[in-house]
Design a protein around this ligand. Structure first.
Ligand SMILES: [Cu+2]
Length: 140
């Protein structure tokens, strides 16, 4: 038995080498497919960084010169969207400069995805007394 097995291997060198060749080219095709897939999805990932993506979402409205709710607690990865619901223009500016919206007219919004746990105090730069807070902390 121990002698026959290596003999059989040597007796059919063509078969073993052609099988090896075939599986290698299959691997190469798979590798190329994976590469193309990765390239194709890269722009999507980049877009999701600042848009509502697959992660959890929360909304804060701006009404009566007030952020409502004034304080929210979310898990890391949450995209918070601020919506201005009144004619008065507002902005959303992180006191620590992590994010900053442009001036938001009525019915326009600004979104930011909070990847990192922490307290984020923000205000409206047009009405500095208009303040809010996002608390980002892992669930449980
Ligand atoms: Cu304002």
């Amino acid at each position: 038995m121990k002698i026959r097995d290596p003999m059989r291997f040597v007796a059919n060198p063509e078969i073993s080498s052609s099988i090896g060749c075939k599986s290698q080219s299959v691997l190469r095709v798979l590798r190329l497919t994976a590469l193309f897939a990765a390239l194709a999805f890269t722009p999507c990932l980049a877009e999701e960084a600042n848009n509502a993506g697959a992660g959890p979402a929360a909304t804060v409205s701006m009404e009566h010169n007030t952020f409502i709710p004034g304080e929210i607690t979310v898990v890391p990865g949450t995209t918070v969207t601020w919506v201005n619901k009144e004619a008065m223009p507002h902005t959303v500016v992180d006191i620590n400069k992590g994010f900053r919206s442009k001036t938001l007219a009525k019915d326009t919004s600004f979104s930011f995805t909070f990847a990192t746990a922490g307290d984020y105090d923000y205000l409206c730069s047009i009405h500095p007394n208009m303040k809010g807070k996002v608390i980002v902390k892992p669930a449980g």
